[in-house]
Design a protein around this ligand. Structure first.
Ligand code: SF4
Length: 288
């Protein structure tokens, strides 16, 4: 990492985040609840459905949580779920390939795991020989998948696509951005992230890498890798650990903000790049 990039990222991450910065970020759904058990369930839904346009997925998350709130809150709802009643209550709700029936099965499975282990976070314990949080998050996802199999009666690979898409195993090699976003919300503790899993060290987290963050990371030299996959997520995070070994993911906000809120196109667009906080470091940032 160049000294200039190092200085700029430290500068961008220097100011503590405030709750005002949440805006439309799906983490706002976790902020609806003071109870950690509710935060775990709400956060799982909010992160799992956080793909595509926020204006389209946010109403679906809100509808699920409104229903949960009517029945005692996300944790109580999931743990005591009556599948037939929920199919009727959520009938017609969908987002892309995910149907109401997929959301009901996911809720029941999360409720099973939370009830039998005491919390979802109980499964997320980073072993001394594990490089980061990926194996622990994989154990959580696999436990939820097992519960899904019990509820559906079919192998997980035969479950509907809309359900499988909500349960990506981060150990399988993709960047699993939504899983790492969930982990960030649950592990880090500041005005935005909730710090529910205080037993998990923030140094074990990986940067949630999606196409936007991947593009910015390439433009400023945090990675040369062409695929937005697990190896890229580990590479970007390793470089950020050089800035803060205990909390490398705190720089994610600066990268994601440029990519999403700043409208980066990955090439020089004067109206966008001239206002970009990373322009002087970006290989595409200037016209010449
Ligand atoms: S300078 Fe332009 S191309 Fe480079 S990261 Fe910023 S918005 Fe994207």
């Amino acid at each position: 990492m160049t000294p200039a990039l190092r200085a700029r990222l430290l500068e961008l991450a220097a100011d503590p985040r405030t709750v005002d910065q949440i805006g439309n970020d799906p983490v706002r759904f976790v902020h609806r609840y003071p109870d950690p058990a509710d935060q775990e369930i709400a956060g799982f839904f909010a992160s799992a459905l956080a793909f595509g346009r926020v204006s389209l997925f946010a109403p679906v998350i809100a509808a699920v949580l409104d229903r949960a709130d009517a029945l005692g809150g996300p944790s109580t709802w999931a743990r005591t779920l009556d599948a037939d009643a929920e199919h009727a209550a959520l009938d017609g709700l969908y987002y892309r390939w995910t149907r109401a029936s997929d959301l009901v099965v996911l809720a029941a499975a999360l409720g099973d795991v939370q009830r039998s282990h005491g919390s979802l976070g109980a499964l997320v314990r980073v072993g001394p020989d594990e490089p980061d949080v990926v194996p622990a998050l994989s154990r959580l996802v696999l436990a939820v998948r097992e519960a899904v199999v019990r509820h559906t009666g079919v192998p997980f690979d035969s479950a509907p696509r809309g359900l499988r898409y909500l349960l990506v195993d981060p150990a399988e090699g993709s960047s699993a951005k939504r899983v790492h976003l969930y982990a960030r919300w649950m592990v880090r503790s500041d005005a935005v992230d909730r710090g529910v899993w205080s037993h998990v060290p923030p140094r074990s987290l990986l940067v949630p890498v999606d196409t936007h963050v991947h593009r910015i990371a390439r433009l400023v030299g945090l990675t040369d890798r062409k695929a937005a996959d697990l190896r890229t997520s580990r590479e970007v995070t390793a470089r950020l650990r050089a800035l803060d070994a205990e909390d490398p993911v705190r720089f994610d906000f600066a990268l994601a903000h440029v990519g999403i809120s700043g409208g980066c196109r990955g090439q020089h667009v004067p109206a966008v790049c001239d206002a970009c906080a990373l322009q002087s470091l970006c290989s595409e940032g200037s016209a010449g």
